[in-house]
Write a protein that binds this ligand. Structure first.
Ligand code: SAM
Ligand code: SF4
Ligand code: SF4
Length: 347
């Protein structure tokens, strides 16, 4: 491990937002085809030779932690498809600068992977689960793997107390399952978080009428349980948390109707080393090239610092201000640049 040249103070962007949170995509491949993320028949994949090796990822992570990043989330595509992932987890978990090391998975391969991820030092786990109904799961993901996801959650829950379950809520698709999912989460001591359907790259079938706004979700949940009370906390985490009368906590991520760009300390690194300052950004910065051209840790720190201090991205807020909102990126444009896809950029 190259030694840190300087332990840097917090670096702020143009809206005083620190760089603290890194979403690290370890692969653009996926074993599901969720209708809100990968609805098309064919995809353009990143060239294999461009995918960062674990040592390259670790070198870049060290640069980011020099600049104040202390939260890292492994994502994808489906991160559990990356071979030997626990080796990367172990390497990252050994870095004291990383206070929070998490992973988001679709759960299909989780039952086998959970013990090794825990042993490698992963702190926290989020599993995406949109429905408990097998036929819906098939329609939503083009796969019959719901039983494997449910087995994965059952196997992982004892290893990862405080497990989170993320559900993208889509009107007419799964918006009648909020209570069922809350009950399911309770069974495993998992906190369920309902995510508003977002018009990110890849969501080529998105439309505003399929979005269920936060207030509507709260009203539906209140019909069954009584009113939920907002949990008073200040954090840059995207989920607003609520407590049901029986004490159950759940979250709502209102990224579409009430974006949280003002507090956004997140950026994303794709599996091939392109760094994005916003989920909605049209372009990114090629850190792979800088790294493979031999840039030193100090040079990479200065490169990233210089870009972050000029950051003005507020993608979801800009989208909210638009009239006649349609899917972000047409399919032909996506085919020309896979980096525009959510499954490449990392959710
Ligand atoms: N494959 C893993 C999974 O599904 O958990 C990790 C990558 S996935 C891109 C990360 C998260 O992005 C998932 O929780 C997924 O539900 C979310 N996501 C993808 N497309 C979305 C959309 N159009 N709106 C809201 N969330 C979306
Ligand atoms: Fe679904 Fe995640 Fe795969 Fe996207 S990357 S298709 S959200 S499992
Ligand atoms: Fe951050 Fe961009 Fe998402 Fe806003 S849209 S919260 S700036 S990543």
């Amino acid at each position: 491990m190259e030694r840190s040249p300087t332990i840097t103070t917090v670096v702020l962007d143009q809206f005083e937002r620190p760089l603290r949170n890194l979403r690290l995509s370890v692969t653009d491949r996926c074993n599901l085809r969720c209708s809100y993320c990968m609805p098309e028949q064919d995809y353009v994949w990143l060239p294999r030779e461009d995918i960062l090796h674990f040592e390259e990822i670790e070198r870049l992570v060290d640069v980011f932690t020099d600049l104040g990043v202390d939260k890292v989330r492994l994502t994808g595509g489906e991160p559990l498809l990356r071979r030997d992932l626990p080796i990367l987890v172990k390497g990252l978990a050994a870095r004291p600068a990383i206070r929070d090391l998490a992973l988001t998975t679709n759960g299909v391969l989780l039952a086998d992977a959970a013990p090794a991820l825990k042993a490698a030092g992963l702190h926290r786990l989020t599993v995406s689960l949109d429905t408990l109904q097998a036929d819906r799961f098939r329609d939503l993901t083009r796969s019959n793997d719901l039983p494997r996801v449910l087995d994965g959650i059952a196997a992982a829950a004892p290893h990862f107390p405080g497990l989170k379950i993320d559900t993208v809520v889509i009107r007419g698709t799964n918006d009648d399952e909020l209570v069922a999912l809350l009950e399911f989460g309770r069974r495993y001591g998992a906190e369920v978080r309902f995510i508003e359907y977002m018009d990110v790259g890849g969501a080529t079938h998105w439309s505003m009428d399929k979005v269920v706004p936060r207030d509507e979700m709260l009203a539906r949940i209140a019909t069954h349980y009584g009113s939920a009370v907002a949990v008073d906390e200040h954090s840059s985490a995207p989920a607003d948390r609520y407590r049901l009368p029986d004490g159950t906590i759940f979250g709502i991520i209102a990224s579409t109707t009430a974006p949280f760009c003002a507090d956004c300390d997140r950026s994303r690194l794709t599996a091939d080393g392109i760094w994005y300052l916003c989920l909605y950004a049209a372009g990114g910065v090629d850190l792979r090239r800088a790294l493979r051209d031999g840039a030193s840790r100090t040079e990479l720190v200065e490169l990233i610092r210089g870009i972050w201090v000029n950051r003005r991205d507020r993608g979801a807020e800009d989208r909210l201000a638009m009239r006649d909102r349609a899917p972000l990126i047409p399919i032909d444009t996506l085919r020309r640049d896979p980096h525009l896809e959510m499954h490449t950029r990392g959710g």
